[in-house]
Design a protein around this ligand. Structure first.
Ligand SMILES: Cc1cc2nc3c(=O)[nH]c(=O)nc-3n(C[C@H](O)[C@H](O)[C@H](O)COP(=O)(O)OP(=O)(O)OC[C@H]3O[C@@H](n4cnc5c(N)ncnc54)[C@H](O)[C@@H]3O)c2cc1C
Length: 529
């Protein structure tokens, strides 16, 4: 059996949080970053709008804090909000220092976009492909750092816990499947850092790329980490509706710049739902569209940019313009057909303000973490900011992390498992989960729908468990097992919340309870791991 690979810091994920952490931690230790597909297969790479930070004279930290708290609907942790907002300008400077290009106005100042539910223009961006630019620059910086080893096509299967060796729960690394060789390697580390991103693939309609299967949350839950606020799934109101579009986001920034939502008839409708009209927060807009679509039976609503100067639209949104044009939609002349889709997970692995989870040696940063910043609903463009702030703080905190490790580490065994001869089972289970999650635990929920989802997920998870024991581990199976567990955690968290707040809307409890409470879930009081 090969010896375990030893490192100081094992980072699971190569998006903004994982790579910024790696760059900073590499100044005081050896870092191994694993990523399950290509290094740029991340949600980060798809971010369009940008990073929120207070940078203009008319704006203020107090107003960014207030906008975040308002969106979070009573559930934000104020101290975390203040921390992230205060760090905004420094994080933008760090991005520039790493080599990220950001758009500037004619006077040479950073160009600030405005997005839904932000009072002022405060979103730094690079055209409408900000995430791609951030990903590019981070990967280039990582490639130059001799203390960082980046292993792509490596998927973490499970975290290593001292509890398995009779000790207190403490994480000391992970079992990692090399997708090319099919071998499972043991990687031991002083600190294991989940930077594994979101959970969008739990739903059939999502803006997220295929990697967003909630692996980090599932792995952390299985070794006993507390998770929280998983019922708060943000549905982006405007994903392009087109049979050949895949999942292509129509950024909030289009509404920020004057785009107006309309029905097929050309009528506007958002004023019926909120005084801010098309600029209301995402949950309100997504629910309004869901309601209009259910009422009319139409396939989509439309985002109309035709009143804006075509040259401005082409210059500000070149990527969206080109992509739509390629599908036969000239957005300067025609309204864009859009539908809502799962976009962002507000909850995750519970952490403190240094990214430390409730398990020693295990950290979580970026979208997989639940820090308390977003509360019941994320303010647009606060997530890249959070990824930067928390990865920076975690990189400092891990310096002090002691090594927990048994003297002998048990290697991965799959002695009795055979190669799977029934891959269709994985595909079918995957599809079924994503469909019923959309229908029963989507934008509008009810007790009955949640109970139905619970019955189905229990059956499917039994099947998946059996399959997992019998066959050799593959990346598809790892993802399915995690996706099913995360779906179960979302359903169970939704079942426990007997109110409507932020992104969680249920027909049976349409009002908010007087006291805002986070939901926490762990192995001792939640579903089986
Ligand atoms: C279309 C779109 C547009 C967005 N626009 C914005 C925006 O304008 N502003 C904003 O603030 N936010 C935006 N967001 C949200 C934001 O992009 C994400 O929240 C953020 O990028 C998450 O970064 P991360 O580092 O936490 O994770 P990610 O960037 O998603 O990276 C996760 C990494 O973990 C890896 N991984 C996962 N599981 C495993 C495993 N088991 N083993 C090994 N590797 C694993 C993945 O392969 C990937 O490399 C957008 C999201 C989408 C999808």
């Amino acid at each position: 059996m090969p010896e375990p690979l030893e490192t100081d810091y094992l980072v699971i994920g190569s998006g903004i949080a994982g790579l910024n952490f790696a760059l900073l931690a590499a100044e005081h230790g050896r870092v191994v970053v694993i990523t399950k597909k290509r290094p740029d297969d991340t949600n980060t790479n798809w971010a369009q709008g940008g990073v929120a930070a207070v940078l203009s004279k008319e704006d203020s930290f107090a107003q960014h804090i207030q906008d975040t708290l308002t969106a979070g609907d009573g559930l934000c942790d104020r101290a975390v909000v203040e921390l992230c907002v205060d760090e905004g300008p420094a994080m933008v400077q760090r991005l520039l220092d790493i080599g990220v290009r950001l758009a500037r106005d004619a006077a040479g100042n950073l160009d600030l976009g405005r997005e839904g539910a932000h009072t002022y223009h405060r979103v730094v961006h690079w055209e409408d492909v900000t995430g791609r630019e951030i990903q590019r620059a981070l990967l280039a910086a990582v490639a130059k750092h001799s203390n960082i080893t980046l292993l792509d096509q490596h998927i973490a299967v499970d975290l290593l816990s001292l509890a398995k060796y009779g000790g207190d729960p403490a994480c000391f690394g992970a079992y990692v499947l090399d997708r090319a060789s099919g071998e499972v390697q043991t990687i031991c580390a002083r600190a294991t850092v989940l930077a594994s991103g979101g959970t969008g693939k739990v739903y059939i309609y999502t803006s997220n790329p295929d990697v967003a299967t909630g692996d980090g949350i599932a792995m952390a839950y299985r070794i006993g980490a507390t998770c929280g606020d998983l019922e708060f799934v943000q549905f982006h109101p405007t994903v392009l509706y087109h049979p050949h579009a895949g999942s292509f986001l129509i950024s909030e920034a289009l509404r920020g710049e004057g785009g107006v939502l309309k029905l097929a008839s050309g009528e506007t409708f958002m004023e019926k739902y909120h005084p801010m009209g098309s600029l209301a927060s995402r949950d309100i807009v997504a629910r309004a569209i869901d309601n209009e679509l259910k009422k009319s039976g139409a396939d989509s609503v439309f985002l109309d940019m035709t009143a804006l100067d075509p040259a401005f639209v082409r210059g500000r949104f070149p990527n969206i313009y080109e992509r739509c044009l390629g599908l036969g939609i000239d957005i300067t002349k025609q309204p864009i057909p859009v539908v809502p889709a799962a976009h962002y997970m507000c909850g995750g692995v519970k952490t403190d303000t240094n990214g430390a989870s409730t398990i020693r040696g295990l950290y979580a940063i970026g979208e997989c973490a639940f820090t308390g910043l977003h509360g019941a609903n994320r303010l647009a463009s606060n997530s890249l900011l959070e990824g930067m702030v928390m990865s920076t703080r975690a990189a400092s905190a891990v310096r002090e992390a002691p090594r927990h490790r048994p003297s002998q580490v048990t290697p991965w065994t799959h002695d009795h498992a055979t190669d799977s001869n029934d891959a269709i089972v994985v595909a079918l289970n995957w599809d079924e989960i994503r469909r019923f999650m959309w229908s029963y635990v989507g934008i509008v929920r009810s007790d009955k729908r949640i109970e139905r989802a619970l019955r189905r997920i229990a059956i499917l998870r039994d099947e998946i468990r059996e399959y997992y024991m019998d066959f050799k581990v593959t990346s598809d199976l790892v993802e399915l097992r995690n996706l099913a567990l995360v779906a179960h955690l979302i359903i169970e968290s939704a079942r426990r919340r007997k109110e409507s707040r932020g992104l969680h809307f249920t027909l049976d409890y349409p009002d908010k309870l007087p006291e805002a409470r986070h939901s926490e879930i762990q192995l001792t009081d939640g579903p089986r791991g």
